[in-house]
Ligand binder design. Sequence first.
Ligand SMILES: CC(=O)SCCNC(=O)CCNC(=O)[C@H](O)C(C)(C)COP(=O)(O)OP(=O)(O)OC[C@H]1O[C@@H](n2cnc3c(N)ncnc32)[C@H](O)[C@@H]1OP(=O)(O)O
Ligand SMILES: CC(=O)C(=O)O
Ligand SMILES: [Mg+2]
Length: 351
Amino acid sequence: MRNPRDFGAPLAVGAPTPLLEIPFPPSRMIHFLDASNEKMVAKVPDIAKKTDILLGNLEDAVPVDRKEAAREGLVTVGQTYDLGETQLWTRVNSLDSPWVLDDLLRLVGAIGNRLDVIMVPKVEGAWDIHYVDRLLAQLEARFNVERPILVHAILETALGVANLEEIAAASPRMQGMSFGPADLAASRRMKTTRVGGGHPGYVSLSDPDGDNPRVTAQQDLWHYSIARMVDACAATGILPFYGPFGDISDDEGCEAQFRAAFLLGCVGAWSLHPKQIAIAKKVFSPDPDEVRFAKRVIEAIPDGRGVHMLDGKMQDDATWKQCKVMVSLAELLAKKDPELAEAYGFEPATA
Ligand SMILES: CC(=O)SCCNC(=O)CCNC(=O)[C@H](O)C(C)(C)COP(=O)(O)OP(=O)(O)OC[C@H]1O[C@@H](n2cnc3c(N)ncnc32)[C@H](O)[C@@H]1OP(=O)(O)O
Ligand SMILES: CC(=O)C(=O)O
Ligand SMILES: [Mg+2]
């Protein structure tokens, strides 16, 4: 076990001091693109205005013969495009792959001061984070990176899920986690070929009732693991995200999957196609009616103490905190988006 008093100290001489509090800018969607694809790169200026996070993907979905082009394309994006307040992330190749060492060396060397977060796939335990943590500190020192590059783990193997609490607490560099339903399904030998979402076979069935048809209701395959991820992240002050929804043609299914994650505590989800950005924005920006109600609760209980009634509903210290979660997120997003500020009823000065 690492001495907790060393947690705030750099892991290499000359590396920047670790952050003890993880920044939480708007993070509703992580938009994936392959920077070796010229059509996708051409859309960067437009997409950067719409997405909270832009991610250059180097891992799965990038063909082997385009791995280097995707890496170099991301370097070009980082060096040439002004992304405004949009964060720039990457997903590097997995730690057992032949590409990851060059991914880290090249990206930290070329755009280390532009990269906010490095997403590490297929993290299985704290040991994977410790390896990346020390290597990044050495590279930050070598390339004069001024602020620590944060690390985001994808939870996509059975062992990763078994170890998720240790992963979340492995390093002050840990920024968050994403849920990876495709690799996770394969790792667990689940019998689904979908990327996220439900399955018509995973149902509960009502009891026999004479000749009446029995009713089925589809259940959520992912609830248990996403809830565990949310707990591990909240317990360590880092941010949980839902991952991809692979049926690009099913906007409704995508919205339902994102909404289930939002309600459970996730701050955002991945967008694989430009049209999923708007779905994530809609879902991960709190509903204006809920925000207005939460504001009324906070106004009615200025000190956050005691018991009160509002619209027939009991309010107390705990519900006040629930409302603070809703209003704080709304305030954060309203600063970026004047339309949301208006919908939430904030004064223009707040926006
Ligand atoms: C399980 C996992 O690991 S998930 C993460 C890995 N997967 C990914 O990153 C996939 C990223 N997304 C994609 O590759 C693509 O969106 C696909 C393959 C899913 C669909 O691509 P297409 O069939 O080309 O979609 P479509 O025809 O609707 O595209 C419309 C336009 O948007 C562009 N586009 C599609 N996806 C993206 C994207 N993610 N970012 C930017 N532009 C995009 C297309 O290039 C096309 O451009 P054009 O109008 O100039 O020709
Ligand atoms: C997110 C991801 O990589 C997966 O579902 O496998
Ligand atoms: Mg995966």
